[in-house]
Design a protein. Sequence first.
Length: 342
Amino acid sequence: MRTAATRAFSTSTANRTKVAVLGAAGGIGQPLSLLLKQSPLITHLSLYDIVNTPGVAADLSHINTSSKASKHIGIYVTGHLPKDGGLEEALKDAGVVVIPAGVPRKPGMTRDDLFNTNAGIVRDLATACAKTCPEAKILIIANPVNSTVPIVSEVFKQHNVYDPKRIFGVTTLDVVRASRFVSEVAGGRPEEIKITVVGGHSGATIVPLFSQTQGIKSLSKEQLDELTHRVQYGGDEVVKAKDGLGSATLSMAFAGARFTESVLRAAAGEKGVVEPTFVRSSLFEKEGVEYFSSNVELSPEGVGKIHPLGNLTPYEEELVSVAVSQLKGNITKGVQFVSESQ
Ligand code: NAD
Ligand code: LMR
């Protein structure tokens, strides 16, 4: 089912980019869609969820923003529900699919505790993507990211449409948090401080490389311990404060919109767009870890150059080795889930 919330849309418009958000009526999905509605690089925003997308689409469609490619009509917004092939319609011709669908944590849970519910949701959505928009770039927000990225990859392999350049785990919130938290300790404008965060997206797999940022005042061992822990467990702060009502949604929407915009900018030919993201990577392949987050230069095809980690302090080397050992289990769990669901 589709609700067309804008009257006219020229499918012949050059450079049109359709972005689909799956889970668009949720805590992340709604503010993320609001931010994406302001992107000049999107011509069609397609919102899919199991509930409420017609309302969200109608609401967003009243916002008077335009995209570069279709100034005369504004961004086309459609809402889709499962009935009548709604998922396929939402995905048809999408260039980018963002997936925040799935349940969030409650206090006392780890991200891995979400696996039992979210693995099946992500597998089924990935199957629809593999069939309907196999060439789209897939941006995975649903947790546990360390396992959901391998799940999507395995589904694409099963359908013979796998291209590792097009599958991304969104770890931007860790990067956003790292710059915010370090600015509170060392001063400076957070939006101008760039911290590389590598590894994965849960607890000890999240590794901020503070030593690589020039211009922040040197941190004592105690400050480094506190900051590293805060970036690794920043998600828990929000889960605790929301007290049973979910996890980070607004900061995640901000981070997800930033990452989506980066992917779109690179797709439009902009050079030098670099973001840490959890992708198929050879950096720790010898250790048996096939996916890893590091700085990635984005390209029109998706993943361009995967940057090596660069110089690490002994402190950071230790953190990376803990991350690598934990990631192995998270990745295997995702891969096995898909092979066992066949
Ligand atoms: P939410 O419960 O508010 O929203 C999830 C939405 O997904 C709901 O609207 C629900 O109807 C929808 N949904 C459920 N099953 C679906 C399906 N089969 N198809 C389409 N939609 C479906 O949760 P939220 O707070 O938006 O969080 C969503 C996910 O994002 C969680 O797994 C959470 O852990 C994760 N998350 C990841 C990061 C990150 O940094 N990568 C940050 C925050 C949250
Ligand atoms: C986060 O980092 O905020 C998200 O992964 C949500 C969570 O469960 O903490």
